[in-house]
Design a protein around this ligand. Structure first.
Ligand SMILES: *Cc1c(COP(=O)(O)O)cnc(C)c1O
Length: 410
C-alpha cells in the first residue's frame, strides 16, 4: 500500500473535523442493533435455525424464522428471504413480475430506475421475456432537482398504472438519496390518488442507514440484496422482499411456483451466514457510512465535488465523487482495489458488463465475490466521470484504502 504523507495528514484532519458526524452514525447503529436483537429474541432463534436442509426443504424452521425476523425489523407483514435469489436485479424482477399483468403499466416515480432494470422493463435491450414482451407498459416521472415531481406523478397516475417503483438510493446517478421521510411523502401522495396501486421501493444500499425503513412509511414492498447491507458481509448470496402479506405471497409464487410459494426451498447450510450477517448488519452499515464520510471529507479537501457532503445526512452507503477526468477516475478505482484484502494484485479495467449501457469499471477485492457492502468502487465510463464508492466492513481498513486511492489520484 502506498499512502502519500500529505494524504495521511489530511486524513487525520478529516477525522478531527468530522468527528461529530462520525459518532452520529454510531448512534443510529445502536438504535438499529436493538431492533435486530429484539427480533431475534422475539422469534426465538435457536441453534436449530442454523442447520441446513436439503431436497424440497419442507418445514425448514430456519428459513421460516428468518422471514419472520425480516418482517419484524422492517415493520412489514411478511418477508421472503432467500439465498438463491441471485442478486438485487433478480429480486426486483421477481417483485415486478409478481405484481404486474399484461395490459398494466409500471410507473417509475423517482426517475429512471437502476441501470440493470432497463432490460427487465424493456427500456433497452431485447431480452425475451422482459415486461414489455408480456405487454406491460412503462412510464417515468423524473425528479426535479432531486425532488419528487408531485404534479408529474398526479398526471401519470392513469387507471392502467398498477405498480409504482421508487428508488431510495442514487444508484449511478448524481442525485441526493431519498430519505425514508421523502419516500413516505411520495407514497402517501400516490395512495391519496390511487390507494390500490402497489408501491415498490428499491431499497438497495439503504437498509439500516436510518432508524426506519420505507415499509414503515407506507411502501407495499421493499426489495434488497443480501450481498449489500442486510447480509452484513457474511451472507454469501441472496435477496429479500418484504411488505404486505398479499404481495409477498405473490412474490413467493413467482420465485418458486404458484401453489408452492414459501413452502419449499432448501437452505443448504446458508442460514447461519444469513442470520449472523443480519445480526452484524447495523454495525457493518455504520462502518460503511463512516467510510463514506471519510472519503467525502478527504476528496473534498483535494478539490473534488462530492455527494453527499460529509456534513450531510447519509441515507445510504454510497459516496459519489466527481472527477471530471477519466484518468483520475480510473486511478481512484484502481487505488481502492490495490488496498483490498483479496485480489490486491488485480488491476480493474473498464469493460462491457452485462446489463449496463456504458463501459463500467469496478473494484471489489472482496471475500464474497462482488459484494458491495465490502469496500468497493465502481463507475460507468461517461462524463463527468463520477466514481461511486461504497462499503467497508471495517472503518479502519476502508480509510487506508481510501487514502491509498487518493494518493494514486494525486
Ligand atoms: C445494487 C443495486 C441494484 C441491484 O443490483 P445487483 O447488482 O443486481 O444486485 C438495484 N438498485 C440499486 C439502487 C442498487 O444499488
Amino acid at each position: 500500500m502506498y499512502i502519500n504523507e500529505k494524504i495521511r495528514a489530511l486524513g487525520e484532519e478529516v477525522e478531527k473535523e468530522f468527528s461529530s458526524y462520525l459518532s452520529d452514525i454510531d448512534e443510529i447503529a445502536r438504535f438499529n442493533q436493538e431492533k435486530v436483537l429484539d427480533a431475534f429474541i422475539k422469534n426465538r432463534v435457536g441453534e436449530n435455525c442454523l442447520y441446513p436442509s436439503t431436497g424440497y426443504g419442507y418445514g425448514d424452521v430456519g428459513r421460516e424464522t428468518l422471514d419472520s425476523i425480516y418482517a419484524d425489523i422492517f415493520g412489514a407483514e411478511d418477508a421472503l428471504v432467500r439465498h438463491n435469489i441471485v442478486n438485487g436485479t433478480h429480486c426486483l424482477a421477481i417483485s415486478l413480475f409478481s405484481v404486474l399483468r399484461p395490459g398494466d403499466t409500471l410507473l417509475a416515480a423517482t426517475g429512471k430506475p437502476y441501470d440493470t432494470l432497463e432490460e427487465v422493463i424493456g427500456i433497452s435491450g431485447n431480452s425475451g421475456g422482459n415486461l414489455k414482451d408480456f405487454g406491460i407498459s412503462y412510464k417515468q416521472v423524473d425528479l426535479i432537482d432531486g425532488n419528487v415531481d408531485f404534479d408529474g406523478i398526479k398526471k401519470a397516475l392513469t387507471p392502467d398504472v398498477k405498480a409504482v417503483i421508487l428508488q431510495r438510493s442514487k444508484g449511478y446517478d448524481w442525485r441526493d438519496t431519498l430519505s425514508c421521510e421523502k419516500l413516505g411523502k411520495a407514497i402517501s401522495f400516490i395512495k391519496s390518488i390511487r390507494s390500490d396501486v402497489c408501491c415498490i421501493v428499491d431499497n438497495c444500499y439503504g437498509e439500516f442507514a436510518e432508524k426506519t425503513e420505507p415499509t414503515q412509511h407506507g411502501a407495499d414492498l421493499i426489495v434488497g440484496s443480501l450481498i449489500k447491507n442486510t447480509g452484513g458481509s457474511l451472507a454469501q448470496s441472496g435477496g429479500y422482499i418484504a411488505g404486505k402479506k398479499k404481495y409477498v405471497e405473490l412474490a413467493a409464487y413467482r420465485q418458486t411456483a404458484p401453489g408452492i410459494g414459501k413452502e419449499c426451498g432448501a437452505t443448504l447450510g446458508q442460514n447461519r451466514y444469513m442470520y449472523q450477517g443480519l445480526f452484524m448488519a447495523p454495525h457493518i452499515v455504520a462502518q460503511a457510512i463512516k467510510s463514506a464520510i471519510f472519503c467525502g471529507g478527504l476528496m473534498q479537501k483535494l478539490g473534488f465535488e462530492v455527494n453527499p457532503l460529509p456534513t450531510q445526512k447519509h441515507y445510504d452507503i454510497i459516496q459519489a465523487i466527481k472527477f471530471n477526468d477519466k484518468e483520475k477516475l480510473i486511478k481512484f478505482i484502481q487505488g481502492i482495489q490495490k488496498a483490498s484484502p483479496v485480489d490486491s494484485f488485480a488491476l480493474p479495467m473498464p469493460w462491457d458488463m452485462p446489463g449496463y449501457q456504458h463501459q463500467v469499471i469496478m473494484a471489489a477485492g472482496t471475500f464474497v465475490s462482488g459484494a458491495s457492502i465490502e469496500l468497493s468502487a465502481d463507475a460507468p465510463i461517461k462524463e463527468p466521470y463520477v466514481g461511486f464508492m461504497q462499503g467497508g466492513i471495517t472503518y479502519e481498513s476502508a480509510r487506508l484504502a481510501i487514502m491509498n486511492a487518493a494518493s494514486e489520484v494525486i
